[in-house]
Design a protein around this ligand. Structure first.
Ligand code: ATP
Length: 492
């Protein structure tokens, strides 16, 4: 597998990802999307939104503000509990996340451990600063939220949201009434989240600004197992890591409510259907120490990166925690009258699928990256739905520019296209392979006579001859998964 440094270099060179403010040396944990990156990122978000919001009757979306007043995070518990334990070197003053250095040096999973436990592990293992070998000061809690003051008046504290979820909870009653929802139902949101990570690292994996797609799925507290879709996914097989070893398991083996298991399975399927390798995906369950302050249970979907198995998706049972808290602090009753049971209840979040867009981006890129020695170039095997550019259009020689431009003009309204006329056709194919373009159309000297062009499939490099008048329909079919040999005559 390509290393993270090689992938970051490739992403910069091809226009996927740049370091923010690179001309000034960059700022750790902040990235900008380039011309291909923005398309891939949008495609990931669009696939999530289409599948989990627009195609479902039981989920609606919102788009909340990035900042909220302090009281919101007091209610949600983030002010008090959204912390990591930090170590500071007494000599060089470097600050590092305690659980990360412990895991690196001792392979002990220290996420969620108390300050006292951390201190003991450091002493027992004689851990020192990795930069200068100095000793550490006492471990401290460090709150990960970015704090700000709003307006000219002092003391009006607000925070950038560390997760998109809270505006779903604060708007819960409005959405419930205005969208006329009935339990069980979900509210979804895609947007930025901010965490002042102590040590941002591993490229897009741990950033200080990132995007999430989250759903809060609300149920009647006594009906967490009334899930019609469960039967369809209960036999789904996956790799399960129980904290000690990895084994095969089925969704029905998980100790979770049916709604919780259902949503976890739906996201696992999302990754599989968009092409991630099954052997590089697994599901894990959080032990009690690791659980967030609001959660009763939590599963992660992990991907096998070159730097280890790491979480790309978190899925928590958030109980009635958030709505209860917001009822208390806002003095607005967040309970609802459930028509079916004729009960007044606080809805229960059976599942909160929380999907980081950047981590999905990274997993898709790692999985797609193929240094094809035979072709002599990188080939990005991204699923056509995710590919930043769907079609490349090339004139064989510049003399055919007019005819090729006409094909490009036909396609560009419906598909993201590139038009490339520089260098040999081989070079142009290689450039398209590196950008993950699934299909390329070449207009040659025969095109004027037979009113046809050649379509090349990036994965197989096979080519077919297709009528220009049918090109739009053909590309549409190919992008939907039709086999190349079914849309035209194979060219030798
Ligand atoms: P980790 O244990 O890696 O810090 P977490 O458990 O704090 O992650 P969650 O709070 O469950 O993460 O966040 C949900 C999702 O948001 C994660 O699965 C991930 O995809 C994304 N995410 C969280 N923190 C970051 C970050 N710093 N950079 C990029 N994505 C992130």
């Amino acid at each position: 597998m390509v290393s993270i440094q090689e992938l970051a270099t490739f992403c910069k060179k091809k226009g996927f990802i740049y370091r923010n403010a690179e001309i000034y040396g960059g700022m750790a944990g902040f990235f900008d999307l380039g011309h291909l990156g923005v398309e891939l990122n949008n495609n990931i978000k669009q696939e999530l939104w289409k599948r989990f919001v627009q195609a479902r009757e039981d989920v609606v979306g919102i788009d909340g503000s990035l900042m909220s007043p302090e009281i919101v995070f007091k209610a949600s518990g983030h002010l008090e509990s959204f912390t990591d334990i930090m170590l500071e070197c007494s000599k060089c003053k470097k600050k590092i996340r305690a659980d990360e250095i412990i895991e690196e040096e001792t392979h002990i999973d220290a996420e969620g451990k108390s300050v006292d436990d951390i201190l003991t592990i450091i002493k027992d293992n004689k851990l020192k600063c990795p930069s200068c070998g100095g000793g550490f000061k006492e471990p401290e809690h460090f709150n990960l939220m970015f704090k700000s003051e709003v307006g000219a008046k002092e003391g009006n504290l607000a925070y950038l949201r560390p997760e998109t979820a809270q505006s779903i909870f604060t708007n819960f009653k409005l959405v419930y009434d205005n969208a006329r929802m009935k339990l069980p139902f979900g509210i979804a949101q895609t947007g930025k989240a901010f965490r002042n990570e102590i040590s941002p690292r591993d490229f897009l994996f741990r950033c200080r600004e990132f995007e999430q797609f989250e759903i809060e799925f609300f149920c009647h507290p006594d009906k967490l197992n009334d899930c019609l879709g469960y039967n369809k996914i209960k036999s789904l097989e996956f790799n399960y890591f129980d904290g000690k070893k990895q084994k095969k398991a089925k969704i029905s083996d998980l100790k979770a409510s049916k709604w919780h298991a259902y949503w976890l399975a739906e996201f696992y399927r999302f990754f599989l259907e968009l092409g991630l390798s099954k052997d590089k995906l697994r599901i894990t369950k959080h032990n009690k120490e690791k659980l967030a302050h609001y959660a009763a249970a939590c599963f992660d979907i992990e991907y096998k990166f070159p730097f280890g198995w790491k979480e790309i998706h978190g899925n928590a049972d958030r109980k009635q925690f958030d709505l209860t808290q917001h009822s208390k602090l806002s003095k607005n009753d967040m309970s609802i009258f459930d028509e079916e049971t004729k009960q007044k209840i606080v809805p229960y979040v059976a599942s909160e699928p929380s999907q980081g867009i950047g981590r999905a981006f990274l997993a898709f890129m790692f999985d797609a990256y193929d240094d094809d020695k035979k072709r002599g170039n990188i080939v990005l095997h991204l699923h056509p739905k995710l590919a930043p550019v769907k079609v490349g259009v090339f004139p064989l020689v510049n003399k055919l520019d007019k005819e090729a431009k006409a094909v490009y003009d036909m396609l560009k309204d419906e598909f993201t296209c590139i038009y490339d006329r520089s260098g040999s056709v081989g070079r142009r194919y290689a450039r398209a392979d590196e950008a993950g373009v699934p299909f390329c159309c070449t207009i040659d000297f025969d095109s004027q006579k037979d009113k046809s062009i050649t379509i090349r499939d990036k994965n197989s490099t096979k080519q077919v001859r297709v009528k220009i008048s049918e090109i739009k329909e053909t590309v549409r079919k190919l992008l939907e998964g039709e086999k190349l040999e079914n849309v035209g005559k194979l060219v030798k």
